[in-house]
Design a protein. Sequence first.
Length: 144
Amino acid sequence: MNSRPTNAFKYCIRVSWGDCDPAKIVYTGRLTNFSLDAINAWWGDKFDGDGWYQMELDKNVGTPFVRFEMDFHQPVTPRETLYCFVWPLRLGNTSISFRVEGEQGGNLCFSARTVSVFTIADQFEKRAAPEEMRRVIEMYLPSD
């Protein structure tokens, strides 16, 4: 397991009754949504509010997922705020990997690892990470 860097982005989610299944815990699929919301918020935080929507439409930069892995550690419920910590793990020439850790009450509930590929959004063609984005992302990569 990777250790969380001190500069990991913290995204807060108020879990609601509608997020839960009959077992009174969050639906598994909602945890994926929470992870995606947290990554989108990371992009927005680091790029002046520009999340995926603005990246695609205004900058013509896509980052579709090619891999999404999730490990479950304990259930998520509406009892406490869910904190999702996000940071980039790796930046390749044409790809980026993120780590998301979801916590409630100081306990790790789930962890995810994603890999996305940079694309020219309107052509859906792979491209190198834009240099202006690369410079920002590199500031948040964990040091080895």
